[in-house]
Design a protein around this ligand. Structure first.
Ligand SMILES: Cc1ncc(COP(=O)(O)O)c(C=O)c1O
Length: 381
């Protein structure tokens, strides 16, 4: 075998692959949208999803530490997928409590919201079905649609009429995918109307409550009493619950189906038991505190400045539209120099022309901090 030829052709192939990667990165750099991991920074948090401050709650950390001291087996590795060696009574009791809490027949836990969405949306719809998604739905749902064999259609953000026009044209079964509180816009889906449409067209409604859970009690599906109109709800624990992981809330049949057919569930090692314990502890804490009134007050203070007209008035996510990459970058950098941590969202994460500064409000932000943040933004835009 001619080693030189073989090595030569591999090198040439790698050169051309690397050329493509470099070119794509260069293009992003020129457009001012190159992503890179930020340095861990100290500052005033206006960008994390820790809306209720549970991630930094010393009392909750202390509770967990005491539990671990008493039950060190909570720290054991889970050793496998739940279908092999990774199942435990810690997980199954957590699932029972979660289902009861949300008034759904069943709950199935996942290591993240991304995984839960990947499992749900790639597994339920089959090749004859259609998934109709709100155009602002989270990336995880799009990735799941790519994994599934179903057709995907988009409807204009929160446009019920447009959704109906899509439903009218479909022959096979339709799944409708929405978020209850949108992660980039901070606005709400018209859930009643969408649930009513789903019923009228015999479609199945699937709702991602990643950002609504905890901020609006057990989420908007529960607050509106829509559990029997929503086939499955996804609750995530990395945001207001200050932990990690997610649950799909649904009926027993769908839970069994996911356990049997959802690759992201079947082919992945289960998290350790202490992670499920955190979720259980934080649910109990959430139930016994009224954290949301402080959050609502902080949102009200920010909204006084009229910077985020399109976001819902009680949303902890407030989007300040600055559709010019370089100006947006400048505003974010100035805020950062003044100690305020915010998140600038560029296309392709959001549609080109709708770039924005995403402000997340928390229970622990002070009135002075919110006022100063708003004053700087107002001055710069
Ligand atoms: C709407 C929405 N769904 C799902 C996810 C994924 O959740 P997780 O971070 O737990 O993977 C996110 C996270 O950003 C989200 O915003």
């Amino acid at each position: 075998m001619d080693q030189r030829n073989c090595t030569g052709s591999i090198t040439e192939t790698m050169d051309s692959i690397y050329y493509h990667f470099r070119e794509a990165l260069e293009k992003r750099k020129e457009e001012g949208i190159l992503r890179s991991l930020p340095k861990p920074t100290q500052g005033i948090d206006f960008y994390s999803n820790d809306y209720l401050g549970l991630a930094r709650n010393a009392g909750l950390h202390d509770t967990l530490l005491q539990q671990i001291m008493k039950e060190p087996q909570l720290l054991f590795g889970s050793t496998g997928s739940r279908l092999i060696s990774g199942n435990s009574s810690e997980i199954t009791t957590a699932e029972t409590c979660i289902a009861e809490e949300h008034q759904y027949p069943s709950a199935l836990l996942f290591q993240s919201g991304y995984n839960a969405n990947l499992a749900l949306f790639s597994t339920l719809p089959n090749r004859h079905d259609t998934i109709i998604v709100d155009e602002c739905i989270h990336r995880s749902v799009h990735d799941a649609c790519n994994m599934s064999h179903a057709a995907k259609l988009k409807f204009r953000h929160n446009d019920v009429g447009h959704l109906e026009s899509k439903l009218k044209k479909q022959k096979g079964h339709c799944y409708i995918a929405v978020e209850s509180l949108y992660s980039m816009d901070g606005d709400l889906a018209p859930l009643y109307e969408i649930a009513e449409l789903a019923e009228r067209y015999s479609a199945s409604l699937l709702v991602d409550e990643a950002h609504a859970f905890g901020v609006f009690g057990n989420g908007l599906v529960a607050q509106y009493g829509l559990q029997n109109k929503v086939l499955a709800t996804v609750i995530t624990y990395g945001k207001a619950l200050g932990a990690h992981g997610a649950a799909i809330l649904t009926n027993d049949l769908i839970k069994d189906y996911l356990i049997n057919f959802a690759s992201p569930f079947i082919y992945s090692t289960s998290p350790q038991n202490w992670q499920w314990r955190v979720i259980k502890n934080n649910y109990t804490y959430l139930k016994n505190q009224n954290l949301s009134s402080q959050l609502m007050e902080n949102i009200r203070i920010f909204r006084q400045y009229g910077l985020s007209a399109t976001s819902f008035e009680n949303s902890p996510i407030q989007a300040v539209m600055i559709p010019d990459h370089f100006r947006l970058k400048k505003v974010q950098e100035t805020l950062s120099e003044n100690g305020f941590l915010t998140y600038a969202v560029y296309s392709p994460t959001v549609k080109s022309g709708t770039e924005r500064l995403r402000i997340c409000l928390h229970t622990f932000n002070t009135e002075e901090e919110i006022t100063e943040l708003a004053r700087i933004i107002k001055y710069m835009i």
